[in-house]
Design a protein around this ligand. Structure first.
Ligand code: 4AD
Ligand code: MG
Length: 472
């Protein structure tokens, strides 16, 4: 039988019942005859305190284990669940038996051979820098911070599925390996079984053509949205951009709803409602984790999430946004804004923090800086695009109404020197039963960054992949 998790014990009314827990030692303290061991099993934010009283005659085995046990060791403890006399916890375990399952030496120990030498357990009680913890990403989930991130990430995934499932969206699995470039940005990882990489005859390659890791499931999602009406994807996507920033990964998870018979306005309503719903869920379901992030990572995030969950998002067109940026001479932008420029993160920051004072949806971008599939506006210069920008991070959602007019779409594909033959299946959606449709992509890690206040995107995914980084 699986052991009872600590999260359940913490909610129990202690009636001196016999209990057994399994977990990892966080801390050990001695005070005269008493030994206090805090044990965590990761099931919730808190661990549980186990108190041993040596004067009660604990037995030789437990005595020996008490002397030997150290931070990081895995243990099994038996005792009685009792009301805790100490502050900060409701219950504790008045323990009478301790078994060490696996030790975690506090000092380097020598084994029979060099290979069996064990370095001191790196996660001693002191605070470690996030940079250091990134180097031991396989052990960092045992820390408060990364345990909290992991639980938050899991609950947020579930909240996202629940949001769409409750609203008649079908979950769609789109391919990871693809022959098409959805965003037209060219930053794709090639997939091949041939070597060497130069002068490849792709006809002889595994798939008989050139293939890549997908940058987005959108185009395939459109094929299912124009059959099932409402679908969403939630899976890994890949970008070979050489951007070494705190908000870019080479492998990240994207959530992409796609809706038939939906305008850009419908798309914006969906995006805003979706984000607010996730914020409300997290506030309810991850209260302990958020309290920790608020206290130790980014002050005020709880209040901020509460506010954002209840306020209307600001809207501004790209053209008006650029006017605001041009007016803001005091802002001293590194990149001078002008109509037609891609918004830099300093511009996005200014728009959210100074102009809107919160999340803002920017719409109708110039077609030149957006992907080929976006619906052309009547001015023939801008497209029906929308980006949701938030303070601290800038863009967390990018979406659009899709071009549903066959002629216009073909024209745009040609203007961009892309091959219409490669998009025959995508164009078929415009040939047969074409409908206005819209969707967006949410960068899941950016959303976690926003909710947790974690500054670096590499700290909200278990094993970050970025330029020069594919360890573990
Ligand atoms: O704006 P993007 O490139 O949009 C698309 O891929 C569309 N196909 C989405 C759609 O309409 N279905 O990416 C969407 C979001 C961004 O807003 C950002 O949050 C995130 O994905 N994102 C990244 N996150 C981490 N690392 C990167 N390198 C990212 N690139 C984009
Ligand atoms: Mg974008």
């Amino acid at each position: 039988m699986l052991p009872k998790l600590i999260k359940y014990l913490l909610d129990e009314t202690p009636q001196s019942q016999e209990t057994e827990i399994s977990g990892w030692v966080r801390t050990k303290r001695n005070m005269k005859n008493l030994v206090f061991i805090e044990v965590s099993d990761g099931s919730c934010f808190s661990g549980i305190q186990c108190t041993f009283d040596r004067s009660t005659g604990l037995g030789a085995q437990t005595e020996a284990a008490l002397s030997a046990v150290s931070t990081g060791a895995s243990v099994k403890i038996k005792g009685r669940l009792t009301p805790s006399p100490a502050g900060g916890q409701k219950v504790e375990i008045f323990a009478d038996s301790l078994v060490i399952i696996g030790t975690a030496p506090a000092e380097k120990t020598e084994g029979k051979t060099r290979e069996l030498d064990i370095e001191a357990y790196p996660l001693q009680k002191k605070r470690h820098s996030l940079e250091f913890l990134r180097e031991i990403a396989h052990l960092r989930p045992r820390t408060n911070t990364f345990g909290a991130v992991a639980r938050l990430r899991s609950r947020m995934s579930f909240a996202i599925h629940r949001y769409f499932q409750e609203r008649d969206f079908y979950y769609l699995h789109t391919p990871v390996i693809t022959a098409g470039d959805c965003e037209g940005a060219g930053a794709m990882f090639k997939v091949t079984t041939l070597e060497p990489l130069s002068d490849i005859d792709y006809a002889k390659d595994f798939f008989g053509k050139k293939t890549f890791l997908t940058v987005s499931g959108q185009l395939e999602a459109e094929t299912y949205a124009t059959a099932l009406s409402r679908v969403y994807t939630f899976g890994p996507t890949f970008r070979a951009e050489n951007s070494n920033t705190a908000r870019h990964l080479a492998e990240f998870w994207m959530v992409e709803p796609e809706v038939a018979f939906a305008s850009l306005e419908d798309d914006m309503v969906l995006a805003e409602d979706f984000l607010k719903n996730i914020f409300s869920s997290v506030l309810k379901e991850c209260a302990d984790e958020l309290a920790f992030f608020d206290a130790h990572v980014e002050k005020g995030i709880i209040e901020n999430l509460q506010q954002v969950a209840n306020a209307k998002f600001a809207h501004i067109t790209y053209t008006d946004a650029v006017k605001e940026l041009e007016k803001a001479s005091s802002a001293n932008f590194e990149f001078k804004p002008h109509w037609g420029c891609d918004l830099q993160s300093e511009h996005e920051k200014f728009l959210t923090e100074k102009v809107a004072g919160g999340p803002v949806i920017v719409t109708d971008y110039p077609k030149e800086i957006k992907a080929f599939y976006m619906k052309l506006n009547d001015d023939e210069k801008t497209v029906r695009a929308m980006d949701v920008l938030v303070p601290r991070l800038g863009e967390i959602i990018g979406g659009s109404q899709r071009e549903d007019n066959l002629e216009k779409l073909i024209r745009r594909i040609k203007e961009l020197d892309m091959k219409t033959e490669e998009y025959y299946w995508y164009l078929d959606l415009r040939r047969y039963g074409s409908v206005p449709h819209s969707g967006f992509g949410l960068g899941f890690e950016r959303l976690i960054q926003y909710v947790s206040g974690m500054a670096n995107i590499r700290d909200v995914i278990p094993y970050p992949r970025a330029v020069g980084q594919a360890e573990f």
